[in-house]
Design a protein around this ligand. Structure first.
Ligand code: UDX
Length: 438
């Protein structure tokens, strides 16, 4: 078993660190945020993620998992250092690598024995070559340092499962030493390992995420056409899914993909292509379709209603998907300002995302409109003139069609996640609009 340091305790870093400890490695998770480190030492997860706290507590108690702000000590003793810090999108679509550079510098100044540095963060192709050079340039002690790529494919909400039961582990290395060490680190997981070059590993991450984003945008495009020609996109998806070449996942049409990966990674790859004098037309199309899709229901409702001014608008679901409190690139963030600018009085419900949303939109008057947060679906719907469903939380899916008719002033529902049967809503007396279905 190895001594592993993990830089960054966001989704990627923390989950990786906890899972490495779970299979028996000695892990130190490093973060610059003292408050966060204190919280984690108390057994609490700074992110909402099913099953994570249990594993944090178990492995901390077993002495295999440590948290610290003292990066110097953590890096000095490590056999391998995994970098899981953020690579946020910059205004031009490129990835901001300053956090990676900071960690690389700290590693260079502190490692005191041969060490493998493994980049888990999603980085543009070629970045690992630069990170390796950068560390060697600033290296203080005479030790061997190599950089490997090990992209992460976990989805929020299922992060622990996705790591422990990953479909594959991608390792990108440039030497037998680095390859053998990563193979050994991952051996206890007993998962398929694909070993390729560093640049190919970096590309696999983008190509995979962008392919999934493209699949969703393609279905959204088809959904919009289905509406115009009288077909049902869910039936179309079902019919397509029996073809194994297409597969049965990520075919759900809706109000667009959000989250921390697809929006960022599509733009980053498109940017990388442009930098290399190439136009990545398919990915660009996925981005364009997604941008328009996020406000498609608002546009539909705007045509149906004369104005939102003074209307009570119920919003069910704020997060970019169920199972997370993350709001990054969530369709709600596009629609709420539009509704407020038109004078809507919003009553919003989300089982876990309210606190985060309140920080962006404090409760009360906002421009011409207002926003109020409620603790259950019923309060959001009571007396509402129109309802938007943005996230398919179980609590929201459990609401009967009849409840909309009973609770709302006018039962007018715009469902961005196709959670109801159109016939059931019609039978309940609800005017129901969804995606890609008449
Ligand atoms: C994604 C990838 O799944 C993961 O492998 C990668 O490492 C990070 O990006 P995540 O962003 O957590 O994970 O969520 P995911 O479940 O993939 O959903 C992304 C977005 O696509 C959500 O907004 C979701 O609502 C949307 N989506 C997904 C659809 O609109 N339709 C689908 O069929 C599937």
């Amino acid at each position: 078993m190895y001594k592993i340091a993990v830089a960054g305790t966001g989704y990627v870093g923390l989950v990786a660190g906890v899972c490495f400890a779970e299979v028996g490695h000695q892990v130190t998770c490093v973060d610059i945020d003292e408050h966060k480190v204190e919280i984690m030492k108390r057994g609490l997860s700074p992110i909402y993620e099913a099953g994570l706290e249990e594993l944090m507590q178990k492995n901390y108690a077993a002495g295999r998992l440590h948290y610290t702000c003292d990066y110097a000590a953590a890096y000095r003793e490590a056999d391998a250092i995994f970098i899981g810090v953020g690579t946020p999108e910059q205004p031009d679509g490129s990835a901001d690598l300053s956090y990676i550079a900071t960690v690389a510098r700290q590693i260079a100044e502190n490692v005191d024995k041969d060490c493998l540095v493994v980049v888990k963060s999603t980085v543009p192709v070629g970045t690992n070559d630069k990170v390796e050079q950068f560390i060697r340039d600033f290296l203080v002690n005479d030790v061997k340092i190599e950089v490997a790529s090990n992209p992460e494919f976990l989805a929020q909400g299922t992060a622990v499962y996705d790591t422990m039961q990953a479909a594959r582990i991608i390792i990108g290395t440039e030497s037998k030493w680095a390859e053998a060490m990563l193979m050994k680190i991952y051996e206890p997981f007993q998962l398929p390992i694909v070993s390729v070059s560093r640049r190919s590993a970096e590309m696999i991450k983008y190509a995979s995420n962008d392919f999934l984003a493209l699949k969703i945008s393609y279905m959204n495009d088809i959904a919009n056409l289905c509406e115009l020609v009288g077909a049902n996109v869910q039936d179309v998806a079902k019919g397509m899914s029996y073809d194994e070449r297409i597969g049965n996942k990520f075919l759900n049409a809706g109000i667009g993909y959000g989250g921390s990966c697809f929006p960022k990674d599509t733009k980053a790859l498109e940017y990388l292509a442009r930098q290399n004098g190439y136009e990545l037309k398919t990915v660009k199309a996925a981005i364009d379709v997604n941008t328009a899709q996020k406000t498609i229901l608002f546009k539909k409702a705007s045509q149906r209603l004369i104005t939102f001014n003074g209307l009570k608008v119920a919003i069910l679901g704020l997060t970019f998907k169920p199972g997370t409190d993350d709001l990054r690139e969530a369709p709600s963030l596009e629609n709420v300002p539009l509704l407020l600018s038109q004078g809507a009085d919003i009553w919003a419900y989300d089982p876990v995302g309210l606190d985060n949303f309140k920080q962006k939109y404090p409760e009360g008057k906002n421009g011409r409109g207002s926003i109020k947060y409620v603790e259950n679906v019923e309060d959001a719907l009571s007396g509402a003139n129109v309802c938007f469903i943005f996230t398919e939380w179980g609590e929201i899916k459990a609401v009967n069609p009849e409840a909309y008719k009973k609770l709302m002033r006018t039962p007018l529902v715009y469902d961005g996640r196709n959670i109801y049967e159109t016939v059931a809503m019609k039978a309940a007396g609800v005017e129901y609009h969804s995606i890609g279905r008449k």
